[in-house]
Design a protein around this ligand. Structure first.
Ligand SMILES: Cc1cc2c(cc1C)N(C[C@H](O)[C@H](O)[C@H](O)COP(=O)(O)OP(=O)(O)OC[C@H]1O[C@@H](n3cnc4c(N)ncnc43)[C@H](O)[C@@H]1O)c1[nH]c(=O)[nH]c(=O)c1N2
Ligand SMILES: CCCCC(=O)C(=O)O
Ligand SMILES: [Mn+2]
Length: 493
């Protein structure tokens, strides 16, 4: 007769095998029951009738993000007002094997919220309280529906800022879920370096704090790093309902400047030289000549149409002047132009807003298009190689492609404009993107620095992390989400 302990072990192995098997058999083959009218009523009983919508327009709005992926509306949308709602909704979906997709602000670029397996979209925007700002400790705690600009407006008079700045006004918990970044990452890092604690709801309804209830230290070595396990999890492990984030003092003085170069390589070599000289820049962004052209047209600038660097210097009067001298020397060494300065607050805000709007600027050149962007990141010494080769591939392919992004982190984007009525352009863009991602991976880099895997990069993740690594990710996933209801069909092949 088996001992009880052995029987329990056997049961968990069988379940693990079945679950992993089910995941390995990839979610597409694992069909889900549809949401019954009985379940709709139970959901209404949890969140209230007005917080459950099956209206087509609402489902459509929650069926796509800002990516080129085809819209896949959920069967219904549930609006949560508090963590209790989230916990009960998760548990109910879990008990009924119904897919559950957390929705932040839908600004993702990888199809992360598209309901390709049907199920429930859980909209978290009504959870919009800023719960705490601890000025003396430089941290804050926000609910899932608070966006980065809402937080920074709230902080305006405190002299503090949350600096991670994707181009969209995204929800901060969505930014945790995609491990987002932006132009300020050169100085402040990405979400991975700026999340102190998360409140997470697991599919079985359990609610827990990844660093322990109320913890908000800048560092800890207490146990596994569960916080960063959920940062970048793209809604596949659980629902992030609160985030405790680092804040920073607004620097004493900053100055922004743009300079142009005779070639992409000169511009990118300049970036590598600056970073290898250990100059602490606030931002270094690259825009190629076609991106500059779109930038000028959309945001009414008259920058020289040439490969350019957008830089921001920061510090006090003395250090800033020294930085500028050093960087000017390096720019001259690489045949860069004189700096076009933006020093007044208004000028700087306008310049960086125009950079944040570059996706829309490029899309405006081909109305009706959707953005398809690569998002590779490589060790900084490999950056010139991969950027130059990617541009050569794009030129050879004979389609429009914009090259831009966060070169200060070794992360950049090739942006293609996708129109469903231009299938050959779409096919070329997708082929090019995979080629460029593979070049980056061969240069010890990654296929995604900040946008995540979502729907379109699952094979690239397998290529990047290997069979073993992916298997381990699936085992982690099946520990938290044994029924595979959390955002099925994303991240894993
Ligand atoms: C014009 C423009 C410019 C940029 C970008 C977009 C656009 C439109 N982005 C991409 C996007 O803003 C970024 O991926 C955000 O983190 C997405 O946040 P949302 O709240 O919109 O998540 P959204 O609602 O789109 O969901 C994204 C993913 O996270 C999951 N998710 C959302 N909220 C969750 C929660 N509370 N708990 C668990 N899972 C959750 C979803 O299920 C989905 O898988 C970007 N990005 C970047 O890193 N750097 C950049 O520079 C830019 N720039
Ligand atoms: C093609 C760029 C996509 C948005 C983004 O990540 C950025 O503007 O940096
Ligand atoms: Mn980016």
């Amino acid at each position: 007769m088996f001992s009880k302990r052995f029987a329990v072990q056997l049961q968990s192995c069988v379940r693990q095998f079945c679950t992993t098997k089910c995941l390995t058999a990839n979610a597409q083959a694992f069909e889900y029951p549809s949401v019954s009218s009985k379940l709709v009523k139970e959901l209404q009983g949890i969140v209230g009738q007005s917080n459950v919508s099956t209206a087509e327009a609402v489902r459509e709005q929650h069926g796509h993000d800002e990516s080129y992926h085809k819209s896949s509306p959920p069967e219904l949308v549930v609006f949560a007002e508090n963590v209790e709602h989230v916990s009960h909704v998760a548990k109910l979906c879990n008990n009924n094997n119904i897919p559950l997709i957390p929705f932040g602000t839908g600004t993702g670029l990888e199809g992360g919220i598209n309901a390709i397996k049907g199920g429930v979209c859980l909209d978290l925007n009504k959870m919009n309280n800023i719960l705490a700002v601890n000025q003396e400790d430089f941290d804050c705690t926000v609910e899932a529906g608070v966006s980065r600009q809402t937080l920074n407006s709230y902080l305006r008079d405190t002299g503090l800022v949350f600096p991670i700045d994707p181009g969209a006004d995204a929800s901060l918990c969505g930014m945790c879920a995609t491990s987002a970044s932006g132009t300020n990452a050169v100085r402040y890092g990405t979400m991975r370096e700026n999340v102190l604690n998360l409140e997470v709801v697991l599919p079985d309804g359990r609610v827990f704090d990844t660093a322990g209830k109320g913890r908000r230290t800048k560092k800890t070595s207490a146990g596994y790093n569960l916080t960063n396990l959920f940062v970048g999890s793209e809604g596949t492990l659980g629902i992030i309902t609160k985030a405790t984030l680092r804040l920073y003092g607004i620097p004493e003085c900053t100055a922004s400047a743009v300079c142009s170069f005779p070639s992409v390589k000169n511009a990118v070599d300049t970036t590598v030289n600056i970073l290898q000289c250990g100059i602490q820049m606030a931002r270094i962004e690259f825009l190629d000549e076609v991106a500059i052209d779109a930038f000028n047209k959309y945001s009414k600038y008259d920058m020289k149409v040439a490969p350019s660097l957008f830089m921001e210097f920061t510090g006090n009067e003395g250090t800033l002047a020294k930085q500028v001298d050093l960087v000017s020397e390096i720019v001259n060494m690489n045949e860069g132009s004189d700096f076009k300065w933006a020093e007044e607050a208004e000028e700087k805000n306008r310049l960086w807003k125009a950079r944040h709007d570059i996706v829309y600027a490029c899309m405006a050149l081909q109305p009706g298009s959707k953005p398809y962007s690569t998002d590779v990141c490589v060790p900084i010494s490999r950056l010139p190689d991969v950027i130059v080769r990617s541009k050569e591939l794009i030129d050879a392919a004979g389609i429009i492609g914009f090259t831009l992004g966060h070169v200060g982190d070794g992360n950049f984007h090739n942006l293609f404009l996708i129109n469903d009525d231009m299938p050959d352009q779409k096919a070329k863009a997708i082929k090019l993107s995979k080629q460029i991602a593979k070049i980056a991976q061969e240069l010890d880099g990654t296929c995604t620095g900040e946008h995540g895997i979502g729907l379109g990069k699952k094979e690239l993740l397998l290529r990047e992390i290997g069979e073993e690594g992916l298997e381990i990710m699936k085992q982690v996933k099946s520990t938290f989400d044994p029924n595979n209801i959390m955002n099925p069909g994303k991240v894993f092949v």
